[in-house]
Design a protein around this ligand. Structure first.
Ligand code: PMP
Ligand code: GLN
Length: 385
């Protein structure tokens, strides 16, 4: 409190995000950081050549508010090629400063005080604060253990006259679960004849394994009509620090979304947008090859962990491995991660911060978006636990 300068917190229960906390702890202990989700390798060289060209070429002032036209065009082409949906880049695609901004803008555009938003726990930590800052109330439904499937009956039972939005995330952070076409049909049944809008967080859309396909909400004609579909180039092009994402939504929703976006950030890093437009067009193989690329990392890490006392859960998608440490310790997950980092020099993320009411499971999240040297060294340390 600064004499008389105290403000009532709008987020009284929120501290510093677990990703920042664990990255700081990793740095303090000189630990290998499998905590915060980011690659320790670079994106394609073409991307760096392109951004250097655009920086030198003068793309250093404000970008168009809704996004560089060439990038929106490429997003629309990709949406048609992958998900069979025609979207109008002029009115239905908006480039944002990361998926985080897109999620926030979707809630801010729609929510009125007291509106309810259904979140499925565990879920990414920015959702609930973004809902609450915009006057919404979160209704949190747990995913089923141990497979983190959606219990659609519980979701249906949670719908009230105040339910305004429902958020799905596939592939899922932190669990790696993926929705299938049947899930989307159940979701469509639940929201049919209601005023519920869907927010679909698809930032890991290109990271789905074992031959499965990503069931984007954009494939689903009925759902696409009432959805904000959010993605991030940070995941797809290994450049999380650039913070470039986007939102695809029907024109009427996009119009309201843009009213928020124009006052939240106005526009997104200009040269990065130009460079991403270039590589989307010139090397589509980059994202088409991403499932095999990350499946190789998943399999390498799991093989390197063979013989450890951690029990590894299946990973259908995304770039996180959940590991059960029940055979090692009965510490709670935060204490276990602090101990693991200090004692064994590997940073992991506990699962409880992803829940409103943590179920008391003994699970940690390990990011395998790392080079093989890092993964092998981390697995050596984890096998010794
Ligand atoms: N949603 C999920 C599920 C994520 O994991 C992340 C970041 N890792 C984001 C949204 C935010 O993405 P961005 O960094 O593009 O803001
Ligand atoms: N999305 C990343 C993760 O889940 C972290 C992003 C962040 O640190 N805000 O680890």
């Amino acid at each position: 409190m600064l004499g008389g300068m105290h403000i009532a917190s709008k987020l009284p229960d929120v501290g510093t995000t677990i990703f920042t906390v664990m990255s700081q702890l990793a740095a303090r202990h000189g630990a290998l950081n499998l905590g915060q989700g980011f690659p320790d390798f670079e994106g394609p060289p073409e991307l760096f050549e392109a951004i250097a060209r655009h920086l030198a070429g003068g793309r250093n002032q404000y970008a168009p508010m809704a996004g560089v036209p060439a990038l929106r065009e490429q997003i629309a082409l990709k949406t048609r090629a992958l998900y069979g949906r025609e979207v109008d880049p002029e009115t239905e695609v908006t480039v944002t400063s990361g998926a985080t901004e897109a999620l926030y803008a979707a809630f801010a555009a729609v929510l009125q005080p007291g509106d309810e938003v259904i979140l499925l726990d565990p879920c990414y930590d920015s959702y609930a604060p973004a809902v609450e800052l915009n006057g919404g109330r979160c209704v949190r439904i747990p995913l089923r253990l141990p497979d983190f499937a959606v219990d659609w009956q519980r979701v249906a039972d949670a719908v009230t006259a105040r339910t305004r939005m429902l958020l799905v995330n596939s592939p899922h952070n932190p669990a790696g679960a993926v929705l299938d076409a049947g899930d989307l049909d159940r979701l469509a049944e639940i929201v049919r004849d209601t005023r519920i809008l869907v927010v679909s967080d698809e930032v890991y859309e290109h990271i789905v394994f074992d031959g499965a396909r990503h069931e984007s909400v954009l494939r689903h004609g009925e759902l696409a009509q009432r959805s904000f579909v959010v993605s991030s180039f940070g995941k797809t092009y290994h450049c999380t620090g650039w913070k470039v994402g986007y939102c695809v939504a029907p024109a009427a929703l996009s119009a309201e979304f843009r009213k928020v976006h124009q006052y939240l950030t106005f526009c997104t890093f200009h040269a990065a947008q130009c460079a991403l437009a270039d590589v989307l067009a010139s090397i589509p193989a980059h994202y088409l090859d991403l499932p095999a690329f990350y499946q190789g990392k998943r399999d390498f890490f799991r093989a390197a962990m063979a013989g450890s006392r951690f029990e590894l859960l299946p990973v259908p998608g995304g770039y996180f491995q959940l590991a059960d440490y029940s055979a090692i310790s009965d510490m709670d997950d935060l204490a276990f991660c602090e101990w693991l980092c200090a004692r064994h020099k590997v940073a992991a993320i506990p699962l409880s911060p992803f829940y409103e009411r943590p179920p008391g499971s003994r699970l940690v999240r390990l990011c395998f978006a790392k080079g093989e040297d890092t993964l092998a060294a981390a697995a050596d340390r984890l096998r010794a636990v």
